[in-house]
Design a protein around this ligand. Sequence first.
Ligand code: HEC
Length: 165
Amino acid sequence: MAAKGRRPGQALLGRIGLGLLGVAVLVQVLPIGQPRTNPPVLRDAPWPNAQARNLAAGACYACHSNQTRWPAYSYVAPVKWLVTSDVKRGREALNFSEWGQGEQEDEGADAVEDGSMPPLQYRLVHPEARLSPAERQTLIDALDAIEGRGGNAHGPGRGRGVGGG
Ligand code: HEC
């Protein structure tokens, strides 16, 4: 008895598997989520030096600029929904390509300092977003400088260290 044919449970599992596969394929063509767009760069943030800009380009521009390099996985549901939503919300909060318009663009230095940006899941997948302590400080200083919070909001303790080039 055990040797003959497949057990009913196996047939059921097979059907469920095929059903899931069908759903996974169908879901790719559903018009759900945000489109992948790269609008024109209106005003690039006034970075004080090239190094800071490069660091931001690697760690922030994917979600906070109009120069998103859309990775292959951003074309595959359900990951694409997460990615396009991140970019939409990220650009709304702070957009380095439309400087002066983001709702929270004065919080960049704080977000890097407290470790919330770039987000952990992004750092896991993107080595270029894992900054060394020195790189983080460079980026924080630069963000501080361009956030337009008045010249001496942080007092003398926080060196600006910009110059050179
Ligand atoms: C993977 C996408 C992604 C990357 C990379 C990323 N961010 Fe964000 N960021 C977001 C999203 C999404 C939000 C909106 C969060 C929300 O709405 O709750 C956000 C919000 C912010 C905010 C608003 C305040 C806050 O903390 O919510 C600041 C400031 C910010 N990001 C700065 C940065 C900086 C600086 C970098 C680079 C060091 C960076 N982000 C990298 C996705 C990203």
